[in-house]
Design a protein around this ligand. Sequence first.
Ligand SMILES: Cc1ncc(COP(=O)(O)O)c(C=O)c1O
Length: 368
Amino acid sequence: MEYEEPKFFQVMKYGADADRDVIDMVSGNPDWEPPAALREAVAAYAELPSAEFQYPPSEGIRELREAIAVRRGVDVDRIVLTNGTGEANYLGMARALERDAGDEALLMDPVYPYYPGKTELLDGDPTLVPTERDGGLDVDAVREAASAETALIVLNTPNNPTGAVYDLEKVREVVEIAESVDALVVVDEVYDRFDHTGSFESALSLDSDRVIVTSGFSKSMAITGFRVGYAILPDAHVDAAKTRHMLVNIAGSRPAQYAVSHALEATEEEYYAEARERLADRIDAFTEALDAAGAEYTRPDGGFYVLARFEGFPGTMENVKRLIDEAGVAGMPGDTFGTARDDWLRFALVTPRSLEAAERLVDYFSER
Ligand SMILES: Cc1ncc(COP(=O)(O)O)c(C=O)c1O
């Protein structure tokens, strides 16, 4: 398999090499502080006996698995700690595709690009399924696409890149479709702390033996470099996921799990609310500027990305480079995220310079 540099890295590199100041709206790295307790736990870890520097249990340290079990209302034995939500998605998708239940994965379009990538890595066949105009689930389209070949359906809510927060009733209908064709549903909830509507409900509440929920702390604790995530699997699939996790990784990172465990216990709701409010302010300011620039966009209900389309300026890689060179703003080309929005651009609002970026876009598009 050839290594293909992700488009994210290509655009970031182009922006970094540009001759001018460029505001990075490409990466999904939160720009705010992690919880104070996380920094304290990292410092405290350095003083622990050397035994604490050795392999943790493969499925992850008990304290963190238990804390997640309590918060998520599930049995601790269903939880496998992973190297980020990325690995949790891989484990869930692999489990679905290795059961001789077919090779097809239904992925919602627009799509987070690592889902088709992982599907292909696992020798599955990705099929993109259209969503509603605002990125919401189109249950009829899922029903139409599902067949005996479908082994896996992947959902992501709150969604990257559309910002849609899925209606739980629609998720329930998708799970029923999965049941009817013997598929598993992986629901990636890594942005669950960034629900701007207050209406997000986890797919865990469906209590289905078809549903694998994945999540992590990269975004909620602003620690994408720590690599701590988890999968919550139905009992029948836990052993297969643990085996794959162990054979690929041996285990995750003990200090990172320790720090997250302490931070999870010590961090008040207020920390998460502050991050959410900061993002909501940025969304207000950015979408106001998009209005002023005459752009079409969908206001995100969750997460921290905005998809926008500018008249006469399709979101191609060529135009992304032009926007970097001529406006000093770096976004992502729409075709990174499937076919549904290939002439749109995606902007990540995880920069304190979001408003400045918006002003640059207004200036640029009003002069064109
Ligand atoms: C939808 C989605 N899932 C998973 C990930 C990766 O999360 P983690 O850093 O926890 O592996 C991202 C990161 O941007 C994402 O947008």
